[in-house]
Design a protein around this ligand. Structure first.
Ligand code: ADP
Ligand code: TRP
Length: 330
């Protein structure tokens, strides 16, 4: 068990796909076996794009149930809902006062909106709410509230963690050493999981395989993986195949070696390879899907976990917030 404190937030914007699961959630769950980990559902961060309470609520349960079903170790991991800790909003208000506006102007996500508006000939800030503009301050509050050392995130979030570090530095300079300086940990071990068309699996390419869909839908998706038109008796290159790349994430080394050899040799057609891939993926996901469905039918069980997580997180948050309040207001 390392001494480091790990923290990450997941926005409740829908059920992840297999790329998110293999590339982000599984490594996080693994990390949480060996580190004290705060993992929260960032419902406040979803507010700048989702203005529908029922939708945020549903997605919050989905993410919590998925993490629990996928084996998050609740001994080491504190699982909670961001909005249950009122101190995070209070700390964000405090941090606003040491955060340069210019820093926010440089945030990638804000700049992307400005660029899009400019290209469309609109006002630079059209459609930009203050939730989007100050998103990095709230995220800094998330990170600094729990004495975080390491923040595992996708590459797109790296700048936000650097901002949190900058903001902690500005604060410490004015008010004395108060915050630890957090560091991002960008997971690259798993590589990029390809989608149905061979490009990176991504919501934006509409090429995803959903994580928790019914079996027949999973099968249909996998059967739709794009291949060339080689016949079963023609040799095929396993390194160039989406089927083999996906198989690699769900099989052990021996199974993978066997699959690759049979794939490369004459005899195995794409249909058969896809059926074998489906069997592997389905076998891995079935227990997760079943437990997920059980939990979604018993929301009280999810509520109990989130309530216990919130109680734990709140105790730490209160201490940090009180120190900040004392430093800033006496
Ligand atoms: P999407 O591209 O579908 O919008 P996100 O950008 O929301 O996915 O990704 C959420 C997390 O899942 C990030 O940490 C990201 O690195 C990881 N992830 C997403 N797609 C893949 C993929 N195809 N392969 C590996 N990791 C992925
Ligand atoms: N902004 C992150 C995302 O879009 C979610 C998030 C909110 C987060 N607060 C965080 C991640 C704190 C890490 C640490 O995915």
């Amino acid at each position: 068990m390392s001494e480091k404190i790990v923290l990450t937030g997941i926005k409740p914007t829908g059920i992840p796909h297999i790329g998110n699961y293999v590339g982000a959630l599984k490594p996080l769950i693994e990390m949480a076996r060996h580190n004290k980990t705060y993992m929260f559902i960032a419902d406040l961060h979803a507010l700048n794009t989702i203005h529908d309470a029922a939708q945020i609520r549903r997605h919050t349960y989905e993410i919590a149930a998925l993490l629990m079903a996928a084996g998050l170790d609740l001994e080491n991991a504190v699982l909670f809902r961001q909005s249950d800790i009122v101190q995070v909003s209070q700390l964000a208000t405090m941090l606003m006062n040491v955060t340069p506006k210019g820093l926010m102007n440089r945030a990638h996500s804000y700049k992307a909106s400005v660029d899009k508006n400019t290209a469309a000939g609109l006002d630079t800030d059209a459609g930009v709410n203050m939730g989007l503009y100050t998103y990095p301050v709230l995220m800094a509050a998330d990170i600094l509230l729990y004495g975080t050392d390491i923040v595992p995130v996708g590459a797109d979030q790296k700048q936000h963690v650097e901002f949190a570090r900058d903001i902690a530095g500005y604060f410490n300079k004015i008010y004395g050493e108060t915050f630890k300086l957090p560091e991002p940990a960008i997971g690259q071990d798993t590589g990029i999981i390809p989608g149905l068309d061979g490009r990176k699996m991504s919501k934006s390419y509409d090429n995803t395989i959903p994580l928790l869909c019914p079996e027949n839908e999973l099968k249909k998706k996998i059967m739709r993986i794009i291949t060339d038109s080689k016949m079963p008796d023609e040799p095929k290159d396993p390194d160039a195949s989406t089927i083999v790349q996906l198989y690699a994430h769900f099989a052990n080394a021996d199974e993978l070696a066997d699959f690759r050899a049979r794939f490369a040799a004459p005899g195995m057609g794409y249909g058969m390879a896809k059926t074998e891939l489906f069997d592997k993926v389905n076998a891995a996901l079935t227990p997760v899907r079943m437990e997920y469905e059980r939990l979604m039918a018993n929301p009280a069980e999810i509520d109990a976990v989130l309530a216990a997580g919130a109680e734990h997180a709140r105790a730490v948050a209160e201490q940090t917030y009180n120190r900040v309040k004392h430093a800033m207001l006496g």
